[in-house]
Design a protein. Structure first.
Length: 615
């Protein structure tokens, strides 16, 4: 009998350790995650920094890990082992997805990305590049767990029944611990309860720090459910929106730029990953962007300090801002979540006020970022996507910029004048692995193999194709009567691969990220005889009112429906970034700062509540 008891005790200890290994490993992976994202380089790992970041909240890390592992007690025999491996793999995959996503977007993903699986098409190279050499630490526990299970395999044959009581204890107690603070806040109305700040001012990255990546996704599920309902505006919301539009007004007299392009066609070229730091730069004696350099010097207005304002919708957010002058949703892609929201948009205004025909021409498939529904919802008459093209040359994730532009020309010729056409390039998309036959900059071996070298070559290629496109427009007699606006959809090599730049053994100072995520805006018009540079700060949401001003649309038609401002007639120099930072805030009064810092939240509510339809 004593021997039998010893065997049972030994088995119980083995089973306890079996559950403790994945619990501890999931807690550690939460700390590892913090070790990556708190580093200056999210591809490098600092355990001490990660632990210091997570330490004040480690009890929540423990609680969420126990909740998910507690369900293993409802299984018996080998089924318990299988569940433990499956849940460990699932939770690890979520944490690694969060890390890769953070490396790309400097935030953690929402469950909403499961509605955007169409975006994975042709993105395998870009996704793979988000993994780093240190990521192997996330899978070490599987080796330890497998060895332990093999050594103690006989201990699990005696599990004949489910441990229901133990499950209830390990499931309910952590929930009571997690729910203590929100119960005090929302039920007992005790706002001064300890740690109340953890459950206030929901922010994805902070929430992942407070509750671990696993806990964050639990809260995210609730947040997505809450926000899936149509937003109902309060009187305070309406007052804040009205106040914003009043504060934004400058009431300046028109200048020489008003109506300078009136009656002309408008072509907007959205250039994949184009950053401003390459404009005007040479490498090995060769200009990286000779076409754009020539435009900015001769026949264009050049804005080098346009700050990136995209959020989780990345490129599609740029489409949104340029055409609606609204800021994108705080969670998920606006085109996926609210493709039918009503806007006083650029295509709608041009159609209504100046009888423009409008067309959006995307080299992507219409399902990618839900472009088809999103752009037609904004107001474009026509939408042509990948299936409208002959994919006779494929580079990277899609049709080469050269064949794309060549096939856009006949589409434009079919449009009734005046027209507005949105066009998009693809070849300069990460990971910037453009084929050797298109590399013309003769980079040194080290730089050529790195993402920065690939970026230089990709942008050089796309710049050349923009020049080719302009030549084709001129040949067809379209360029003389057309305004061509060119802008990057978001930053590129510094957004996703900044670490590889820092690791170069030899680098120029201008290679390095200066803390300003800027894209260039270049507006070409043949009537401009001398290029002009505007050094003021602006954002991507400012493009629409700027273009409307050039096209001679009275501001009364849009000033109370756009969040951006006309960069050609302003005394302010600032931009609100997607993280709430205000660049150039010294140009604003205290009142303006107070109003502008809320614009991200207001825009989110206006889109979710379909403000312009309801008001």
């Amino acid at each position: 009998m004593d021997y039998f008891k010893k065997i049972i005790n030994k088995d119980l200890i083995s089973r306890l350790i079996l559950i403790l290994i994945p619990i501890i490993s999931i807690i550690l992976k939460g700390i590892f995650f913090q070790g990556f994202i708190t580093s200056d380089n999210p591809y490098s790992f600092n355990f001490t920094a990660g632990y210091d970041s997570a330490k004040p909240f480690i009890n929540y890390y423990i609680a969420f890990s126990i909740i998910f592992l507690s369900f293993s007690l409802l299984f018996k025999g080998k089924s318990r082992i299988i569940y433990i491996f499956i849940i460990d793999i699932l939770l690890t995959s979520i944490i690694m997805l969060d890390l890769c996503y953070f490396r790309g977007f400097l935030t953690v993903p929402s469950v909403l990305i499961v509605t955007q699986t169409a975006n994975l098409d042709n993105l395998s190279g870009a996704v793979y590049s988000m993994f780093g050499p240190m990521d192997f630490i996330f899978i070490l526990d599987f080796i330890i767990l497998a060895i332990y299970v093999y050594i103690t395999r006989k201990s699990y044959k005696n599990i004949k029944r489910r441990s229901v009581v133990a499950f209830l204890l390990t499931f309910i107690l952590p929930i009571l611990f997690i729910g203590y603070v929100p119960f005090n806040i929302h039920i007992l109305d005790n706002k001064k309860v300890k740690n109340a700040y953890l459950f206030d001012n929901y922010d994805p990255t902070n929430t992942a720090r407070y509750f671990s990546p696993i806990g964050y996704h639990v809260f995210d599920l609730y947040t997505v459910y809450r926000d899936s309902k149509k937003y109902n505006f309060t009187e305070e919301d309406k007052n804040n929106i009205n106040e914003y539009f009043e504060v934004k007004k400058e009431d300046l007299p028109n200048n020489e730029y008003f109506g300078m392009s009136q009656g002309k066609n408008l072509i907007y070229i959205q250039v994949e990953s184009l950053e401003d730091f390459v404009i005007g730069k040479t490498i090995n004696g060769k200009e990286i962007t000779p076409v754009l350099n020539k435009l900015t010097s001769n026949n264009a207005l050049y804005f080098p300090n346009i700050f990136e304002q995209v959020n989780e919708g990345t490129s599609s957010d740029c489409d949104l801002m340029v055409n609606t002058s609204m800021l994108p949703l705080r969670r998920g892609s606006t085109f996926f979540r609210y493709p039918n929201t009503t806007y006083n948009s650029l295509p709608n205004i041009l159609e209504d006020e100046k009888n423009y025909t409008t067309i959006a021409i995307h080299p992507d498939k219409g399902s990618f970022w839900n472009y088809s529904a999103g752009l037609t919802g904004i107001g474009f008459d026509k939408f042509n996507d990948y299936y409208s093209f002959n994919d006779d040359e494929h580079i990277g994730m899609g049709i080469s910029d050269r064949t794309y532009f060549e096939q856009v020309i006949p589409m434009l010729k079919k449009q009734q004048n005046p027209f507005y056409a949105l066009t998009v390039t693809l070849t300069s998309h990460g990971p910037f692995d453009i084929p050797k036959e298109y590399r013309e900059l003769n980079l040194n071996s080290e730089l050529d193999k790195m993402e920065l070298g690939g970026y230089f070559e990709s942008i050089h290629y796309t710049d050349k194709q923009i020049g080719h496109f302009l030549e084709l427009l001129e040949k067809e007699g379209l360029l003389e009567n057309t305004v061509v606006a060119i802008m990057g959809d978001h930053t590129g090599v510094h957004k996703y691969y900044n670490n590889s730049i820092e690791n170069l053994s030899t680098k120029e100072d201008w290679y390095l990220y200066n803390g300003n995520p800027t894209v260039p805006l270049v507006i070409y018009d043949s009537s401009i005889k001398q290029g002009k540079t505007f050094d003021l700060y602006g954002g991507q949401s400012d493009v629409m009112p700027t273009l409307l001003y050039m096209l001679g649309i009275d501001k009364e038609k849009y000033e109370n429906t756009v969040l951006g401002r006309n960069l050609l007639n302003t005394k302010k120099s600032f931009a609100v970034l997607t993280d709430g930072t205000i660049k150039g805030e010294d140009s604003l009064s205290d009142k303006e700062k107070e109003v502008y810092k809320n614009i991200l939240d207001l825009s989110d509510k206006m889109i979710r509540g379909n403000y312009f339809k309801e008001n």
